[in-house]
Design a protein around this ligand. Sequence first.
Ligand code: ADP
Ligand code: TRP
Length: 323
Amino acid sequence: MARILTGIQSSGTPHLGNALGAIEPGIELSQKKDAESFFFIADLHSLTSLKDREKRQESVNAVAAAWLALGFDANRNFFYRQSDIPAVCELNWYLNCFTPFPMLANAHSFKDKSDRLANVNAGLFTYPVLMAADILLYDADFVPVGKDQQQHLEMTRDIAGALNRSVGAEILKLPESVIREDVKTVPGTDGQKMSKSYGNTIDIFSPAKLLKKQVMGIITDSKGMDEPKDPDSCNVFALYSLLASADGIGEMRENYITPGYGYGHAKKELLNLINEKYGAAREKYDLLTAKPQLIEEQLVAGAEKVRPIANEVLGRVKNALGY
Ligand code: ADP
Ligand code: TRP
């Protein structure tokens, strides 16, 4: 049975971009019959940038609730919190000693983050080694990630290969990345890529009023009601197209070129579609976040399930290294 593994950072509440770009494709992958999925919340990684304990804990709950609310079956799969398996930190150390310094110094994401962030700590620098430990600790076969994480996957393979060569045995399994080429970049309310860091998100799990405000606030050009409009350069239409059926998209295209149809109408249609698609998930999300112990139970049970696997792999590594 193929083992699929991916980590999700706990840094805020998932938005429409995260749902369409990562959560829904992940859930779809986890429904394959001949695969088992290991999805975990990377709460140790989030400490590199998020120091506030309450915010971090809230985000663990928000991220877990989003996955469960959107339909991830935690019972059939493996769903856990990174920090519940401290073996990952021990493996991280062993891997550190097989990681060439220049490899980390040349990582795109480190360069990008160290240019942007005020606090450049060593955790940020060794981030890819902990990520390698996350993956190698569970003998993962496939790791679905966005394009920005591809280099981290190459590093994981390099580090595992270096350790294997050093001990002269295939102790660690080399994983393959699965890059989501077909997933479109979801635009935000200002037309740039939707991202927490740009403040342009559509928060599908926020209260109805706020969600409405975000959708009605999507930026468009200033064409009046009676002018025909260009769907292909409109952000509202782009978002609508990501959610609607082919027929729905066709109808909306007609509306755009027909005078008398305004952006306000299109935004209302978009809001209806979002509510239709995510209404039930939002109810479930509210239920879960109102009772964080329900989430905690799932995560604790998940940790129990993965611990023996982690210990077995760590044991193999320690044995090979002579500890
Ligand atoms: P953010 O940019 O809001 O901080 P993250 O970097 O935490 O989001 O992204 C988490 C996951 O969601 C990643 O796998 C990423 O590829 C996906 N994702 C984030 N934003 C988008 C988007 N606008 N369109 C498609 N996928 C996205
Ligand atoms: N670095 C990943 C991200 O920012 C999250 C992550 C942590 C991860 N550990 C992982 C992804 C292991 C895949 C496998 O999106």
